[in-house]
Ligand binder design. Structure first.
Ligand code: FES
Ligand code: FES
Length: 154
């Protein structure tokens, strides 16, 4: 076992983990942060996307030990004082989800995009979300939501 100290959604945790444990497993199984979901386990779907020191990563492709000493933000850490993050609000208002399984990853990826590019074109949004798969929506309303959130998401 290896000891890790990770700050997740503003709270610091110290735990002993197996060196092979994935970050997504640590978040879900050790910390109970089940808002971050596993859609494939093969780095293909993006459902497990979180921010690691502000950069979006697929948490099924990162080991928990690699997060030692670092800061993780999950979908559960986006809202502040009961207020949805502007990207969450925009997904809600633009009907950008159906089953919702892809939504945590879509939103985390979109938040990272808007930090880098506050005014993305439709092509920019589609390009940025190409690692996040949705089986339900056809993507149209997801793109609309991200563009609607642009400008208000910093
Ligand atoms: Fe991580 Fe699909 S569960 S990319
Ligand atoms: Fe169902 Fe995207 S809303 S997978």
């Amino acid at each position: 076992m290896t000891r890790v100290t990770v700050t997740v959604d503003g709270t610091q945790y110290t735990d002993d983990v197996e060196p092979r444990m994935l970050l997504v497993q640590y978040l879900r199984e050790t910390l109970g942060k089940v808002g971050t979901v596993i859609g494939c386990d093969t780095s293909s779907c993006g459902a497990c996307t979180v921010h690691l020191d502000g950069q979006s990563v697929k948490s099924c492709s990162v080991l928990a030990v690699q997060a030692d000493g670092r800061e993780v933000t999950t979908i559960e850490g986006l809202a502040t004082d009961g207020q949805l993050h502007p990207v969450q609000q925009a997904f809600h208002e633009n009907h950008a989800l159906q089953c919702g399984f892809c939504t945590p990853g879509m939103i985390m990826q979109s938040v990272a995009l808007l930090k880098d590019n506050p005014n993305p074109s439709e092509a920019d949004v589609r390009h940025n979300l190409e690692g996040n798969l949705c089986r339900c929506t056809g993507y149209q309303n997801i793109v609309k939501a991200v563009q609607a959130a642009a400008g208000g998401a910093q």
